[in-house]
Design a binder for this molecule. Structure first.
Ligand code: NDP
Length: 318
């Protein structure tokens, strides 16, 4: 009989006590480095590689995995990978994990599979739970603002998702400051305080600082999680000597070649020099900058290998 050995997480996974940071004014501690499933966890990616990355993350105290309904490709398949990981490795550790999903972008055909209606959010959360084989989410986000739907409708759906026990907390991603302020007050008045805001923040894109969103989060006790903190890989050594065929840019998807301007390359080479002088890697230096911004709870990194994730984790002091 072939008895498969179950994976057992490292006993030392919580040894680095510099790892966790309080998420705004809440009871939740999040790892300073969280793992995103946007890319590298879809049906077209080798499952065993995704699995090793997730195992390495959890073994090193990365308790927060971030997903969305349409991560893949194809849509939904990153959540299915998460479901498979639950079955294969992670089910015994479910309550040690903080798993998020989102709805807001196009997911299924027709008028109810996109944007911010109650119909879309309520059905999407059910689908996410089913794909991930979970009975609750830790965090559910509105993924983007829907300017055509009354904000109250989207926000009330978030409240109800919590009241129904489908998610423990709610978050908002990519909403502008004005609508974010409305949402924060609306949710607080209903005793479902906004846990966290997810926005892009890195050395090449400082909008949350420039628009006052980060300051607003700090003042209101909302956590802030920075997505694409490495600008999808630009802020690493990845593109300094050209476009390697296995890189995100070569795959011609979300990171287009026109992003690699001479100015960006100069900035990355500068960063590389500064990092070297401090005995750090380029990615580590870029992530440290994000974590140093007052109010940032966590950097939400992507990784296509264990080596990249290991490199990124160096930004957390031991
Ligand atoms: P990053 O900026 O961390 O980019 C990740 C990519 O950079 C990797 O896939 C890899 O690319 C490269 N990379 C990572 N680490 C290294 C390293 N140490 N050395 C060299 N190259 C490296 O983040 P993502 O853009 O992937 O976004 C992270 C997460 O943020 C997503 O998974 C998702 O959860 C969230 N997100 C949310 C959005 C929202 O609208 N709310 C939008 C976008 C992301 P390569 O494939 O070339 O190896």
């Amino acid at each position: 009989m072939n008895i498969r050995q179950r994976w057992i997480a490292s006993e030392g996974r919580y040894d680095n006590n510099a790892m966790y940071q309080r998420c705004g004014r809440s009871g939740v501690l999040l790892p300073k480095v969280s793992l995103g499933f946007w890319q590298n966890f879809g049906a077209n990616d080798p499952y065993e590689r995704s699995r090793l990355i997730a195992q390495y993350a959890f073994d090193h105290g990365v308790t927060h995995f971030d997903l969305a309904n349409n991560y893949g490709p194809p849509y939904g398949s990153a959540e299915e990978t998460m479901g498979r990981l639950m079955d294969d490795d992670l089910r015994p550790y479910r309550d040690e994990l903080f798993i998020s999903s989102k709805a807001g972008y196009d997911m299924w055909p027709g008028p109810y599979g996109n944007w911010g209606s109650r119909k879309y959010l309520m059905r999407s959360v059910e689908q996410s739970l089913r794909r991930m084989k979970l009975d609750y989410l830790d965090l559910f986000y509105s993924h983007r603002l829907d300017a055509e739907t009354p904000l109250e409708e989207t926000l009330e759906a978030l409240v109800d998702i919590v009241r129904q026990g489908k998610a423990l907390y709610v978050g908002i991603s990519n909403w502008p400051l004005e609508q974010l302020a409305f949402g924060e007050a609306y949710l607080r008045a209903r005793d479902v305080p906004l846990l966290i805001y997810q926005g892009q923040l890195n050395l090449l894109d400082r909008k949350p600082v420039e628009t006052g969103i980060l300051k607003f989060c700090r003042e209101k006790g909302i956590g802030f999680i920075a997505f694409s903190p490495l600008a999808q890989g630009l802020l690493t050594d990845r593109y300094v000597d050209g476009i390697s065929p296995d890189s995100r840019m070569a795959r011609a998807g979300s990171l287009t070649k026109d992003r690699l301007t001479p100015e960006v390359l100069d900035a990355v080479r500068d960063l590389q020099c500064q990092a070297k002088a401090k005995g750090r890697s380029t990615a580590e230096e870029a992530l440290r900058w994000v974590l140093d911004q007052e109010g940032v709870t966590s950097v939400l990194v992507g990784a296509s290998s264990v080596a990249q994730l290991a490199d990124n984790l160096k930004c957390v002091e031991v």
